[in-house]
Every structure is written in structure tokens, then in C-alpha cells.
Design a protein around this ligand. Structure first.
Ligand SMILES: *Cc1c(COP(=O)(O)O)cnc(C)c1O
Length: 361
């Protein structure tokens, strides 16, 4: 194997190589302090500077003001947010709207039902989630509307979010966070497990509107209450310090690329190359998302003529240094995750391999 392969895993996933190299230095000797970033107190000045910068860089990239929004770095994965959101904001007897566009949204619904009423505002489950619904049936007085921006397993992505007016809009952005420009001001709460697009596993970013947090339920266990973490600037307890450090490096890398506008442009170009080859392959490769407007720029899902060929494709891909092309078991087939850190050359190599494979098989 070469030192670096092209890694198409869905998560944990590829990171910018510059970030890995920098992080490996910080892992040994952080800022020449003679200590690893893993060894220093989260109450020390060097850590505090790094931590504050990461939180500020995130808001800057999103075009959000630090008066209105807070960034929290929490443990427990995006899966814990499935429960924290309703625990804080779905009071007994009230209703939350959920847009169900994949397996992750379904898991979010399951948790919400422990706390209050759930209304499914739209769902594409009838066709195994292979499109994003266009119409949303919103509840007038809903506690909030929950969405999943990118559906990692099925390869779809919301382009037009529901217009909710005064009703808080919540979004699980785990698999496309900071991959494109969005009007982030319309969201009251965004959460993302870092391990898809902005870092390693072990930390979840939460961006929350302070004025909404003020309205949260008071009877919430300390660690699950957003206000606990807001009050202590995300240092109520020991944060996942090493993962946050790497997220901080990724945020600086995104800034160096030219911010979200530039990464979006690169992502559109990469996805365009791959989808157009799939669509032009004479039905040898078939996108599982036939509605082109619903297709994800991050997770490209496709099938080959038989399961046997799919297995061979994944195996020979790995031998050629193209790792992680197996689709999720709920969908089958193949999936290429092409997050921010996947270079254009990686997608070119993939397409070249797909051409060779098709000719040979
Ligand atoms: C991976 C993923 C999750 C789960 O994240 P964990 O950090 O493993 O809990 C939730 N939502 C989406 C959209 C995901 O892609």
C-alpha cells in the first residue's frame, strides 16, 4: 500500500492530510510545551486559547454572531442529541414535527417519542428514502421542526429546508456539516457528530441559538441540559480535548481553502464528475437516487448489475487503493463518501477504476 490511499468510508472518514500531519505533532509536543495536547489541562491557558479559537472559527465560517449563537463540543455522538433535543424542548403534551428522510431521522423520532407527541411532517420511507420530499405538512404550534440535512446511508441531501417562520428549525448535519453555504441563521439548533466531515469521532458539535436555549425545560439532568454547557462555555466537564483540537485544525484548513463557498464549489465539482459518469455508464452503474435534485454531494450511492459484481468491485477497489466502497447494509450496493477532505484526484481515480472494471466485467 502507498502511504496514503483514497478513503471513501462514510465515517470515521478521510481527513485533510495536512491536518493529520499537524495533529501528529501536537499529539507529541503541543506548541513546544514539552507535553502532548492530550496531557494538558482543559483549564490551562494554551488549551483555552485553542478551544476558544475553534468555537469562534466555527461561527465565523457559518456567518453567525457569537452574541446570538453558542458552540458546544459535547460527547455522546449525534445519537445522544436525538434525545437531548426533545428532552430540552419537547414538553409533555406538545408536538414536534420530524422530517423523516433516512435511518438516522427514524432514530431521532424514536427518542422524541419518549418526551411528547411526534408528527411526521414528511417522509420518503415508502421508497426506501430514495428522494427528499418536497412538501412539508407542518404543525402550526410545533415545539420545533427536526430535519436531517444529509442522509448518509441512502445518499440524499436536503436542498430546500422547510420554511418554519417562528417555529425553531433543528437540523442533524452530521454528514454534511460545513460542506456548503447555507443561511445558518434560520436554524435554532444544529448538531453534527464530527467524524463524517469535520474531524475524528468522539466529539459532537452543537450550535445553538441562545434565545431558544433560554426557553428549554428546567427539569433536565445536568449533563443533557444545553444550558449547563452554555453557562460554562462548553467546559462544564472535561471536553473531548484531543478530538476538539483536530476539529480546530480542520476549521482552519477550511478557512485556508477559502471558506464554505470554496469547499462547496469543490464538492459540487467532485460529485458532478462521479454522478455524470454513473449516469453515462449505460446502466452498468445505477444511482440509487433517481431524482437528481435529491442527490447528496457527500455520499454517492450506486448499484452494479449484480450483488456478485458489487462484492468484486469493492474488493478490487480496495486492492487499487480505493477503500471503503461498500454500501450501507440497509441499502446494499456501493457508496463513495466524498467529504470535504476527499481531493478531486481521488474521485478521478475512482472514475478511472469504474471504467476499467466495467470494461473487464
Ligand atoms: C453518523 C450519523 C449519526 C450518528 O452519529 P454518532 O456520532 O455515531 O452518534 C447521526 N446522524 C447522521 C446523519 C449520521 O450520518
Amino acid at each position: 500500500m502507498p502511504e496514503r490511499v483514497f478513503n471513501f468510508y462514510a465515517g470515521p472518514a478521510t481527513l485533510p492530510y495536512e491536518v493529520i500531519q499537524k495533529a501528529s505533532k501536537g499529539a507529541v509536543n503541543f506548541q513546544n510545551l514539552g507535553m502532548s495536547i492530550m496531557e494538558i489541562s482543559h483549564r490551562s491557558a494554551p488549551f483555552d486559547t485553542m478551544f476558544k479559537e475553534a468555537r469562534k472559527d466555527m461561527l465565523d465560517l457559518m456567518g453567525l454572531s457569537c452574541d446570538e449563537y453558542r458552540v458546544l463540543f459535547l460527547g455522546g455522538g449525534a445519537s445522544t442529541q436525538f434525545c437531548s433535543v426533545p428532552f430540552n424542548f419537547l414538553k409533555e403534551g406538545t408536538t414536534a414535527d420530524y422530517v423523516v428522510t433516512g435511518g438516522w431521522s427514524k432514530k431521532a423520532v424514536k427518542e422524541a417519542k419518549f418526551f411528547g407527541n411526534v408528527h411526521i411532517a414528511a417522509s420518503s420511507e415508502d421508497t426506501n428514502f430514495n428522494y427528499i420530499p418536497e412538501n412539508y405538512d407542518l404543525t402550526p404550534q410545533a415545539a420545533y421542526v427536526h430535519t436531517t440535512s444529509n442522509n448518509t446511508l441512502v445518499g440524499t441531501q436536503i436542498k430546500n429546508f422547510p420554511v418554519t417562520g417562528d417555529i425553531p428549525l433543528v437540523c442533524d448535519m452530521s454528514s454534511d456539516f460545513l460542506s456548503r453555504e447555507l443561511d445558518f441563521n434560520k436554524f435554532s439548533l444544529i448538531y453534527a457528530g464530527a467524524q463524517k466531515n469535520i474531524g475524528p469521532s468522539g466529539v459532537t458539535a452543537v450550535v445553538i441559538r441562545r434565545s431558544w436555549a433560554d426557553q428549554a425545560r428546567k427539569e433536565v439532568p445536568t449533563m443533557l441540559a444545553y444550558n449547563t454547557h452554555i453557562a460554562k462555555d462548553s467546559l462544564f466537564n472535561t471536553p473531548p480535548s484531543f478530538p476538539v483540537y483536530i476539529v480546530g485544525l480542520v476549521l482552519k484548513w477550511i478557512k485556508e481553502q477559502g471558506g464554505l463557498k470554496a469547499v462547496e464549489k469543490a464538492n459540487v465539482r467532485k460529485a458532478g464528475l462521479l454522478y455524470s459518469y454513473i449516469d453515462d455508464s449505460g446502466n452498468y452503474y445505477n444511482s440509487t437516487v433517481t431524482d437528481a435534485a435529491s442527490r447528496s454531494l457527500m455520499n454517492v450511492t450506486f448499484r452494479l448489475p449484480s450483488e456478485e459484481l458489487e462484492k468484486k468491485f469493492v474488493g478490487e477497489g480496495a486492492e487499487a487503493g480505493l477503500m471503503g466502497l461498500k454500501g450501507h447494509r440497509s441499502v446494499g450496493g456501493c457508496r463513495a463518501s466524498i467529504y470535504n477532505a476527499m481531493p478531486y484526484e481521488g474521485v478521478e481515480e475512482l472514475v478511472n477504476f469504474m471504467k476499467r472494471f466495467r470494461t473487464a466485467n
